[in-house]
Design a protein around this ligand. Structure first.
Ligand SMILES: Cc1ncc(C[n+]2csc(CCOP(=O)(O)OP(=O)(O)O)c2C)c(N)n1
Length: 728
């Protein structure tokens, strides 16, 4: 006979044996003793009438969407929370510390209602109407809520598992605010991440779990186990289908497990989990078994479930259980009916208001990719995230370099800039793999931990998703995180978090932003290889919401890094490995005030017959090649790729009438393609020759130095190409 519950054959509690003495997990027996009120008497830790109201509200919204708005095609994505709702509302009602934060996923609306989402906004999101959490930009089920004096709901994402590491970052920021910045107001605050049973198979879950347990962060992992990830049973996500059981022996983790539909039991477990984390004893994982009382989404027919399973799920509906729990002890039959009527009316009114909202204005759709300047000349600052929100005041800065007499290499320039900014900005933290006592594998952070302490300059676990997700959570909590990715290729595991960070301002319609500065060394060095030596900086220029710096020398690196660290948008700061100690790249340190704004290319060698646009390690090669050819070549160092200085390039091409772009990144769809397309489109009638590119062929960087030199553009090859164009 097919088991009713792939994850829970008994359909009840899992029994755990306590692990290490003193860090006992809650067994089903313990739950019975300490949390489930044997007589089912009313748990005084909760405002049950409020919970009942929220529960009825959530049900009414789901019902209207499922029965009316989806069939009418007014709502296109619907993920019913029926079955998950009671436990989420109980959890939401306990997230009442002003510095609590939570994040969840597409089924988390009941939690949001408990935290303060208005019913009108709850409808308006899925209806894709104007206003609300994204102004119709994001899928209507992944909410966010800036703190209105209470918990923050970090912007949720469509990617399953993406919610975990930013919450861990927030939890680390709680500690930073309390211990490093001495803000007692953060004491007792927690981060809570909600996820389904399938989400525990994601990288994000494990990355955050490692962070939370190694650092003993105040973080709650709240797992809503409905036994399915769409149609895939939880046996495929975790061995034995119970994540709580599997994590029994995980060090520094309180594990709780139980029924998310039984009001008294669920309330007790949720309270216990929250109290544990709030009390400072480290993270907890609470797994609650819940039924999914609808298809995964409105389109899902649940053909993979037997009628018996569906009937069993229906029998576990928490709403009648809540009703039975409260009547007559807390409320009588008539009062319950009255509550139902009131909620019905309130929800109907809210729906009417949501439907009456205008459609979002297409004229505004390109706004808020980056921080914008308003009509009054002031920046339009997001509601939450980064330093600008608190009106942080930086030391004086200027675009005028005050060069020191001696030259330093680019590595030292980066280290000095980090050092000055760490010293002058207590909210700035530098972290990554091996950046602490070792000082980073490139030595950019050498000595910084010694000087600023382990809270501000620290090693992380080896998880790039964790490094970037943590940075996002810390930024939303009002810090300036400066993560290092050890080598360019190793940013790949963080792709999801990088994407979600970049798009945050746009998809939340300027409610949230996570300005972080990600330092990434890469490019060829003495040799190449497919892992440490690629550049592929174009990835972020093509991605949304990232400033991209590609400095070629110590002076520019100082100015651009400082601009990024004091800026209000996320930045990729690309550090070319072979320029870190390159003699050409050594320049006088331009001073602690020096800031170089993004989007200003530099003519490093003026000329009249050919414009060569380049950046990073190709700049000195182009300069040397220009010296060798017969003709006057202008070399332009782009310095930043997003934004990029179109004006400077077009002005130069208008004078020289010829253009060549040289880059180390692969040819196809490299940033050169963007520049060439722009020049051809906007300067076509200025041109006397075809616009050309010189770049790596479409292969990874080869290891053997002979092979590598054969494919990375070199001086001779660049000079040849210059001559070809000059002779056109
Ligand atoms: C990274 C990623 N992979 C795949 C998907 C498509 N997807 C959306 S929901 C889902 C199942 C998630 O199930 P679970 O985490 O158990 O939550 P539930 O829907 O059951 O509440 C999948 C595969 C996605 N959104 N993100």
């Amino acid at each position: 006979m097919m088991p009713l519950w792939p994850s829970c054959p008994q359909g009840g509690y899992y029994s755990h044996s306590p692990k290490t003495p003193g860090v006992a997990s809650v067994s089903s027996e313990t739950v019975q003793e300490t949390s489930v009120r044997a007589d089912d008497s009313i748990d005084p830790a909760f405002d049950w009438l409020k919970i009942a109201r929220l529960m009825l509200t959530s049900r009414a919204i789901d019902r209207i969407e499922e029965n009316e708005l989806v069939p009418q095609k007014k709502v296109l994505y619907q993920f019913s929370a029926r079955g998950h709702d009671l436990a989420q509302i109980l959890l939401g009602s306990l997230l009442n510390h002003p510095h609590d934060a939570t994040s969840g996923y597409y089924r988390s609306r009941p939690l949001l209602l408990a935290i303060g989402l208005s019913i009108e906004d709850a409808f308006a999101g899925p209806l894709a109407r104007s206003g609300g959490f994204s102004d119709g930009r994001d899928i209507g089920v992944v909410f966010n809520l800036p703190s209105a004096g209470g918990a923050t709901v970090l912007p949720m994402c469509g990617g399953v598992g993406a919610q975990y590491t930013p919450v861990a970052g927030w939890a680390q920021a709680i500690r930073y605010h309390a211990e490093q910045l001495g803000d007692d107001g953060y004491k007792g605050a927690i981060g809570a991440a909600l996820g389904g049973d399938a989400s525990v198979a994601t990288n994000g879950f494990w990355s955050a779990l490692t962070m939370a347990t190694t650092l003993k962060l105040p973080m709650l992992f709240y797992i809503e186990d409905n036994a399915y990830g769409i149609s895939t049973p939880s046996t495929m996500q975790t061995p034995g289908a119970n994540i709580a059981q599997n994590l029994e022996s995980f060090e520094n983790l309180q594990v709780l497990d139980g029924d998310g539909t039984a009001p008294a039991a669920a309330a007790g477990l949720i309270r216990q989990a929250v109290d544990h984390v709030r009390g400072g004893a480290g993270p907890a994982l609470l797994r609650l078994s819940v039924p999914r009382l609808a298809g995964h989404s409105a389109q899902d027919t649940q053909a993979y479930k037997s009628a018996r399973i569906i009937a069993d799920e229906e029998s576990r509906d928490p709403l009648p259980k809540l009703r039975d729990y409260l009547i007559p002890a807390s409320i009588d039959e008539d009062a319950w009916k009255k509550l139902e009527r009131e909620v019905e009316q309130e929800v109907a009114d809210a729906l009417e208001a949501a439907l009456a909202r205008a459609q979002p204005d297409p004229a505004t759709i390109e706004r808020h990719v980056f921080c914008e300047t308003g009509a009054d000349g002031k920046p339009e600052i997001q509601r939450q995230g980064g330093l600008a929100v608190s009106g942080h005041v930086f030391p004086e800065s200027g675009e005028q370099a005050e060069p020191e007499p001696t030259r330093i290499n680019m590595l030292t320039a980066i280290r000095r800039t980090l050092e000055f900014e760490l010293a002058s900005n207590p909210k700035l933290a530098v972290f990554g793999e091996d950046v602490g006592p070792k000082g980073g594998v490139h030595a950019a952070t050498m000595g910084l931990q010694e000087k600023f302490g382990v809270n501000r300059v620290f090693d992380t676990s080896l998880s790039e998703e964790g490094i970037i997700g943590r940075a996002v959570g810390m930024a939303i909590a009002g810090l300036m995180p400066v993560p290092e990715i050890q080598f360019r290729k190793y940013a790949d595991p963080a792709t999801e978090q990088l994407n979600d960070c970049g798009t945050m301002r746009w998809r939340t319609n300027n409610r949230f932003a996570a300005p972080i500065v990600v330092r990434i060394p890469g490019g060829f060095f003495k040799c190449g290889d497919p892992w440490h030596s690629q550049t592929n900086e174009v990835q972020w220029a093509h991605g949304i919401g990232w400033q991209v710096a590609v400095p070629s020398n110590a002076e520019d690196a100082t100015g651009l890094l400082r601009a990024a660290l004091r800026g209000n948008d996320p930045t990729i700061f690309f550090e070319h490995r072979s320029m870190l100690d390159d003699a050409w790249a050594r320049r006088p340190y331009p001073g602690d005030k020096y800031v170089l704004p993004f989007g200003k290319a530099k003519i490093t060698r003026p000329g009249t017959d050919l414009t060569v646009v380049t950046w990073g390690a190709m700049v000195p090669r182009c300069e040397t090649a220009a010296d060798q050819v017969d003709g006057s070549v202008e070399v332009i160092d782009l310095r930043t790729m997003m934004p990029w200085d179109k004006k400077a390039i077009l002005e130069s091409v208008a004078r020289t009438r010829r253009c060549l772009v040289v880059h180390e990144d692969n040819m196809t769809a490299g940033f050169g393609a963007e520049i060439v397309a722009t020049v051809v489109s906007e300067s076509f009638f200025d041109l006397d020759a075809p616009v050309e590119r010189l770049a790596m062929p479409d292969i990874p960087s080869p290891h053997n130095s002979l092979l590598m030199h054969a494919v990375v553009p070199d001086v001779a090859g660049i000079a040849r190409k210059m001559t070809e164009l000059l002779e056109c």
